[in-house]
Design a protein around this ligand. Structure first.
Ligand SMILES: Nc1ncnc2c1ncn2[C@@H]1O[C@H](COP(=O)(O)OP(=O)(O)OP(=O)(O)O)[C@@H](O)[C@H]1O
Ligand SMILES: [Mg+2]
Length: 299
């Protein structure tokens, strides 16, 4: 008994197609996942088994092998639960094998069979659309997926039972609708700043010309305060930029309710982010840091 389901793996904001192959064959009962799964993917065995049990489907006491191809691409995240579960259902004949053929699938399963939110649904939907496939995703991510294309098929079930009923024709899942964009979020305005005329002028020039800015000044001089107000004088995002920004927010699970905004993003990474704690002495990479961090003063 063999079945295959398409899902995705993320490389940056790109979604790469992953083929979930499921083989149920004779042998001692076992359930193995191969194809560079990380811990979350390896643990999906338990979630899939219990979710299927919850809807009254038991796994056959046979040798089950799940292969995530391409085998050399690392698979991270919890969104492999749903494709594995659907593949198992297709392999055991619980759903028709061709029902899931035209879909790219992602979703995390709860033990009761409900489908939980996952990150990266928007890039996955764009990737699926490029492959000419529809998308099956958690119901909470449906609105986000609907932004990818107006004409692609999107199924956003709340649980496994809804999906099976849809495939059997007992219930029809409606295509989710994209939530209207969030509009202009309240953001700090450049006009709040008193004084600092030169700095404000520089900000305006940089915004108009699309230049980079380097701010140097003592603590409390107002660098962060000025930088935070730069988006307020930048033009709203173009549709293509909006999608690109939203894909990053989708992967960071920061796209609440699938609301896509047109304001330019502003991030304040911590000053220490990316700084190495113990820089290795040159020529001795990997050596233990010296105990004497501060050079002894000359007597
Ligand atoms: N021209 C100004 N008008 C009004 N408030 C100001 C002005 N300059 C600084 N402040 C106040 O000082 C606070 C600290 O400024 P800010 O955090 O931007 O400093 P900074 O230059 O980023 O400092 P650091 O180098 O420590 O990050 C601001 O939040 C603001 O309340
Ligand atoms: Mg600052």
């Amino acid at each position: 008994m063999f079945a295959r389901v398409t899902t995705v793996a993320f490389e940056g904001i790109e979604a790469r197609a992953v083929d979930v192959q499921i083989q149920i064959g004779p042998g001692l009962p076992a359930f193995t996942i191969v194809g560079l799964p990380d811990k979350a993917v390896a643990e999906s065995r338990e979630r899939v088994r219990d979710a299927l049990n919850a809807i009254g489907l038991a796994l056959p006491p046979k040798r089950i092998t799940v292969n995530l191809a391409p085998a050399d691409l690392p698979k991270e995240g919890s969104h492999y639960d749903l494709p594995i579960a659907l593949g198992l259902m297709a392999a055991t004949g619980a759903i028709a094998r061709d029902a899931i053929e035209g879909f790219c699938v992602l979703g995390e399963l709860s033990l009761d069979g409900s489908i939980a939110t996952v990150a990266g649904v928007l890039p996955a939907a764009i990737g699926a659309n490029a492959l000419g496939k529809g998308l099956i995703c958690p119901s909470s991510c449906g609105a986000e997926a609907a932004w990818a294309a107006a004409d692609m098929t999107i199924l956003a079930p709340q649980d496994l039972l809804q999906l099976i009923n849809h495939f059997k024709g007992l219930q029809t899942l409606r295509r989710p609708v994209p939530t209207p964009d969030a509009g202009d979020e309240a953001m700090p305005d450049l006009r709040d700043i008193k004084g600092q005329e030169t700095a404000k002028r520089v900000l305006e020039v940089a915004a108009a010309g699309g230049h980079n800015l380097l701010m140097i000044g003592p603590p409390g001089a107002g660098k962060s305060m000025l930088a935070r107000r730069l988006p307020s004088i930048l033009p709203p995002l173009e549709p293509a930029e909006m999608l690109e920004v939203s894909m990053i927010r989708s992967l960071a699970a920061d796209l609440a309710g699938g609301r896509i905004g047109r304001t330019r993003p502003f991030r304040t990474p911590h000053g220490g982010a990316g700084r190495r704690r113990h820089p290795a002495p040159s020529g001795r990479s990997g050596a233990r840091p010296s105990r004497r961090a501060v050079p002894r003063r000359a007597a």
